[in-house]
Design a protein around this ligand. Structure first.
Ligand code: SF4
Length: 233
């Protein structure tokens, strides 16, 4: 009988120390980025679209220019497609600019120009997947919901699932099961208090971007090494 590829639910005995350590590290080492200084939903949304598949250093350059040209959702919705494309020029993956523009028009039409605050509603908008929906709900509205991107998923798998379940599944069904398990875990870990949830989600992304990187994780410098099933081995 073939072995199931469903990852076992991890033991959560380390959940509290993990969260505490991640938050303390972020308070010390988190970068001061322009989109972390705002709770404006439109500004958060623009940063999330730009950060998909693009390095922080490039987004830092384009983000203020784009916002100067389109300072709010209404100005973006009214802009001609050519102007949006021009403002995005050089960032690549232009489907993101098209989706962002469509989203602005859609929110103006359907939601009176106000971005929804619930992940389920956000997911109905163009270009918004589960991660972006969670990120906007958490980073703009301080909703206590998870936001799992590639970085966060990697950290959670390494810390809580360990090496045995790290191997990529060869089946689509296996990948779906793994993603479901990771999202379920993130939902249990995210603090119930919205402000702390904001910090936790930012901290997780930062840990994946700076320390628990894909190829050579910096385990000796890692704040959660003592509770990590991968790094302490
Ligand atoms: S100890 Fe290593 S593997 Fe574990 S979270 Fe830290 S960097 Fe990642």
């Amino acid at each position: 009988m073939p072995r199931s590829s469903t990852p076992r639910a991890p033991k959560l005995k380390n959940a509290q120390p993990f969260t505490r350590k991640v938050l303390a590290w972020y308070a010390r080492a988190g970068r001061d980025l322009p989109w972390r200084r705002t709770r404006d939903p439109y500004r958060v949304l623009v940063s999330e679209f730009m950060l998909q598949q693009t390095q922080v250093s490039r987004v830092r350059e384009y983000y203020p220019r784009f916002l100067e040209r389109f300072p709010d959702l209404g100005s973006l919705a009214r802009a001609p497609a050519r102007a949006v494309r021009e403002a995005w020029d050089g960032l690549g993956y232009y489907a993101r600019a098209r989706n962002l523009h469509e989203l602005a028009k859609c929110v103006t039409r359907r939601h009176d120009g106000t971005l929804p605050d619930e992940p389920e509603e956000l997911r109905e908008l163009p270009g918004v997947g589960p991660y972006t929906a969670g990120a906007v709900a958490s980073f703009a509205y301080e909703k206590p919901v998870p936001a799992v991107d590639t970085n966060v998923s990697r950290v959670l798998r390494r810390v809580f699932f360990g090496r045995a379940t790290l191997k990529d599944s060869l089946t689509v069904a296996g990948n779906v099961q793994r993603a479901t398990a990771v999202w379920g875990l993130a939902g249990k870990l995210v603090p119930k208090n919205g402000k702390r949830a904001w910090q936790f989600n930012q901290a997780m992304m930062e840990l994946g971007a700076l320390i628990c990187v894909a190829r050579k994780p910096k385990c000796p410098q890692c704040p959660v090494r003592a509770v990590c099933r991968t790094g302490k081995g």
